[in-house]
Design a protein around this ligand. Sequence first.
Ligand code: F6P
Length: 319
Amino acid sequence: MALAIICSGGDAPGMNPAIKKFVDYVYKRNSTPWFIHDGLEGMIDGKITQATHSDVAGIIHNGGAIIGSSRSRRFYEKKYRRQAWENLQKHHIEGVVVLGGDGSYKAFDILSREFPLNFVGIPTTIDNDIYGTEYCLGVDTALNVIRNAVDNIRDTASTFKRAFIVETMGRECGYLAAVTAVTSGAELCIIPEMHFNEKAAREHLLTELQQGRRYILAIAAEGAKKTEWLKQWFKNEIQIETRVTVLGHIQRGGNPTVKDRITAFEFILNAVDLLLENKTIQAALGYEKGRFTTRPIHEVTAGRYRIPEHILNDLHFLD
Ligand code: F6P
């Protein structure tokens, strides 16, 4: 059987180990692996090649994705979706492994309703915002990149009497910010999912500063859109000099951690097995309560991810 792999949307560390395992395992199962290059854009343009073992030699430790990715506007139009599907047919591709997030799942969901297509999605995004999985590939690496940056910022913060705000990625999801705040012992965290209790924060921080606190560390999720506001709030309400660090795309790079490599392998084995063993499948994998799970794609695209309560309960001044 001919199976293809595609990366779609924002890249995440873990894609390369996944691509490598895909090629090795598909051959092991006496099937043929194909690459779809440059995401949905490449699928529309027919950038599809047969993969070899040598293509994936020496990539296991690299962030990014050797087959490229893209965000596609053209895919919103049916004529381009048809073109993309016809390109798969030219190579007799019977199933696709999709490394991507919610937007990529929706794209393949629409495509498979219009044209016969089997696919299995592997949740791959540093945002950790996909329904039906506790964990998305790339998150552990991103959290460690952020932790490293925050640890460095602490060094300079503790030398000056200043507030530091670190802005994390995550789109509309505050997961990266919330986990970072808990594991870095930040005083403040602002996420889109919760309301910031200004009064409680102000009283607490002013008391602590009076008692000798030297610096304040705050983590702001980009999705809350409050980073600049928080800077002004520190200036006006807490009267403390403040610096902002927007970590940006640094968070998407870096060598995948051991957790992301192992998780990539497990996701791939499950995805390939499902494609080889099912006549019809449009599904997404997940990792829930210590096991790998499979859900129909429409269930995943219709659901909404929630940050676990035990993480939210550990954050200060949010209600
Ligand atoms: O979805 C991953 C992500 O890195 C988000 O956290 C961020 O908002 C977005 O992608 C950035 O997109 P781009 O790389 O297109 O600027």
